[in-house]
Design a protein around this ligand. Structure first.
Ligand SMILES: *[C@@H]1O[C@H](CO)[C@@H](O)[C@H](O)[C@H]1NC(C)=O
Ligand SMILES: *[C@@H]1O[C@H](CO)[C@@H](O)[C@H](O)[C@H]1NC(C)=O
Length: 438
């Protein structure tokens, strides 16, 4: 979520469409939200003074810091106290989604983060908040906000943190649940846990959603961003709290194009059925109940397959919020060597803007190898645009990097695939499509 990583796709709720409503519960069986590229001019993150290649270079930095973040956060439960005071770098998020909270509903933009669970907004009074454009959410002006006690189940479901000698979650002066929730880059939110109505329109209403009212939030978020929506698998995430409709969601990430919007779909609308659909098991990991772990068996470049020797269950996370793909270092080295060999151009420059393998005189390159990713039960044939990125008119870089931290299957590799997360059948499915036509 937030490190200085920004995500390259920003999810923006421009409109809601295709509702199938279950009138009895007021919960839709399915609905969809528009998705746009983070660097689109439609995005509130768009910086018109940046060139396209600057945006792409930033993506490499963001991917690296996100991998580091995952590495840190997966190992931690407590003991984050020493680092809490540390300054953090400016950060952006993978997705920004528009979400309404409260009664009457207050509409805000918030980071949509598949790498965490808690849903929270900056709330007034806010003695220590980062600046935001919109007013802070005021729980006193909402008739549906209810504070949760420190003995409640949601309070017990929070991860534990030791901060300056105090263990969180803890009981406040009126027995309210006082939470502290921090992320791998030392940013954090601290406040009171309650329940609140969350909606995506009047038709998609999720009452009594566990919701953090952050009164002390640290980390440089974007001014447009009023909080964070966790889309992980843990009990406190939006996905988990949506009930059945959250058990399945899908997205289709188009190549960068300022005019394209696509959908993030939930529930029945999320089912994909295109030709060429393949599925791989979603692995339950004891490391984290939040992340979406898959099992990567190997990668074929040209005709040569490199197998991943450490095939422990769930050796990679699929994350739409990370731009590049991060592979275990020794495995990466073998894949990179095959790519170099196959492309055959001797024009490569090592390490440009954090990319490890880049080519200039791109137009002279004739041979783009066959590139297949082997997840358990799902072979994905990637197009050159899934494993190379143009970082300027004439320079192209391999869109994968080595990591000693958490391996991540990033969003460049997912471009022009429909990706469906099915939490009931415990699988992630992929279908190659043209996401600009979805
Ligand atoms: C926009 O990008 C330019 C060029 O990289 C940079 O100098 C400027 O600080 C950026 N503005 C914002 C608001 O991020
Ligand atoms: C995936 O590719 C591997 C290696 O080429 C092959 O052995 C395997 O049968 C394929 N699996 C599926 C499900 O197509």
């Amino acid at each position: 979520m937030h490190s200085q990583i920004s995500l390259s796709f920003t999810l923006i709720c421009l409109s809601l469409s295709s509702f199938s409503i279950n009138a009895a519960t007021n919960k839709p069986k399915g609905f969809s939200i528009d998705l746009i590229h983070r660097d689109s001019p439609l995005s509130p993150f768009f910086n018109s003074s940046m060139t396209h290649s600057e945006r792409i270079q930033n993506a490499a930095l963001r991917s690296m810091s996100r991998a580091n973040r995952f590495g840190q956060s997966s190992s931690s439960t407590a003991e984050t106290s020493e680092s809490v005071e540390t300054e953090v770098l400016p950060n952006d998020a993978s997705y920004l989604m528009k979400i309404s909270v409260g009664t009457p509903p207050v509409e805000r933009w918030a980071l949509a983060d598949t790498g965490s669970d808690l849903i929270w907004f900056q709330c007034s009074p806010c003695p220590q908040c980062y600046p935001q454009n919109a007013q802070f959410f005021d729980p006193k002006s909402s008739s549906t906000y209810m504070s949760l006690s420190c003995n409640s189940n949601p309070c017990s479901a929070l991860p534990h943190f030791l901060v300056q000698g105090q263990t969180y979650p803890k009981c406040g002066t009126n027995n309210e649940c006082t939470y502290f929730y921090s992320y791998g880059d030392q940013s954090y939110t601290n406040g009171e846990l309650g329940t609140e109505s969350v909606s995506f329109s009047q038709a998609a209403l999720f009452p009594k959603t566990v919701f953090g009212c952050g009164h002390n939030n640290h980390g440089l978020y974007n001014m447009n961003n009023a909080g964070l929506v966790g889309l992980g698998q843990g009990t406190l995430s939006l996905v988990s709290q949506m009930g059945n409709v959250g058990r399945k969601f899908s997205y289709c990430l188009p190549p960068y194009n300022p005019k394209i919007t696509t959908k993030l779909r939930f529930g029945e609308d999320a089912t994909i059925s295109e030709n060429g659909l393949v599925s791989t098991p979603l692995i339950a990991s004891s490391d984290s109940k939040t992340y979406y772990y898959l099992n990567l068996e190997g990668i074929t470049v040209g005709q040569q397959k490199v197998s991943l020797t450490s095939q422990s269950n769930g050796n990679i996370i699929i994350d739409s919020g990370t731009t590049l793909t991060l592979l275990p270092s020794s495995f990466y080295d073998q894949v990179e060597a095959l790519v170099k060999q196959a492309v055959g151009a001797d024009q490569f420059i090592v390490q440009i803007n954090n990319h490890k393998l880049c080519y200039k005189n791109v137009n002279s390159i004739q041979n783009f190898p066959n590139f297949e990713v082997h997840f358990t039960g799902a072979n994905l044939s990637l197009k050159p645009r899934n494993f190379f990125r143009m970082i300027s008119n004439d320079v192209m870089c391999f869109a994968m990097l080595p990591t000693e931290g958490q391996p991540i299957y990033g969003n460049v590799a997912q471009i022009n695939f429909e990706v469906e997360y099915d939490l009931d059948q415990k699988k992630v499915s992929f279908a190659p499509v043209d996401c600009t036509k979805q």
